[in-house]
Design a protein. Structure first.
Length: 220
């Protein structure tokens, strides 16, 4: 399983694409996610991948969860890496985490039942009032491209994610049906100032180009 993931993502993103993704996430963490994560928090990144988020977000304790062996090799100093399934966070006590983050991960799970198991485990490890931050491709705006990736299994929209969160004991705090463009893969214009401009022009730029949802929710 872990070897399959390593092969899949190494074929999908070459070194230049991964370097550009890292630059984009550095900017997005500073401009957007810093307001959702307390620097003194314990943060868990589910499906951390190449650690583009967890390496750049400021938190007292940062934990990357992924079965891909590349995650451990990509993690910055100080980031803990746990090679475990997202529905089995047994290394954490109930209520030990302040923030759980996940991006472009839920659609890769095998079924909606698997998504539910992850949500239940996130609720267990979050403290009361803890924050769950979710990003992902919004099938409402990507019906033509959503299935282009072989490992996409679960179609999700911002509305279905919010409904699932409510069923699992979360209260929606912030919702953007359109947040970022679908992917940086294949982007011809790789310029930091364009990313900065996109974020500065939100919500107009998101309304025009956004294809991914952003949801934050609190554990009730």
């Amino acid at each position: 399983m872990s070897r399959d993931l390593e092969t899949l993502y190494s074929n999908r993103f070459d070194e230049a694409a991964r370097a550009w993704k890292n630059e984009v996430w550095k900017i997005v963490c500073r401009r957007v996610f810093a307001r959702f994560v307390d620097p003194q928090s314990t943060l868990v990144d589910l499906g951390a991948g190449y650690c583009e988020f967890v390496n750049h977000v400021e938190a007292r304790r940062r934990i990357a969860v992924d079965l891909n062996p590349e995650t451990a090799r990509s993690a910055a100093p100080g980031v803990e890496v746990k090679a475990t399934s997202a529905d089995d966070l047994g290394f954490l006590q109930p209520g030990e985490a302040d923030v759980v983050f996940t991006s472009n991960f839920l659609e890769h799970l095998a079924s909606k039942q698997a998504v539910s198991r992850v949500f239940d485990e996130v609720r267990r490890v979050l403290k009361p009032g803890g924050r769950f931050i979710l990003m992902g491709p919004n099938i409402r705006y990507l019906a033509d491209k959503y299935w282009d990736y072989y490992d996409h299994h679960v179609p999700l929209s911002h509305a279905s994610v919010c409904e699932a969160l409510a069923l699992h004991g979360f209260e929606i705090e912030h919702l953007e049906a359109k947040f970022l463009p679908y992917t940086v893969k294949g982007a011809r214009l790789r310029s930091r100032w364009l990313v900065e401009a996109y974020l500065a022009l939100r919500p107009l730029s998101s309304a025009l180009l956004g294809k991914q949802f952003l949801v934050t929710a609190r554990r009730r």
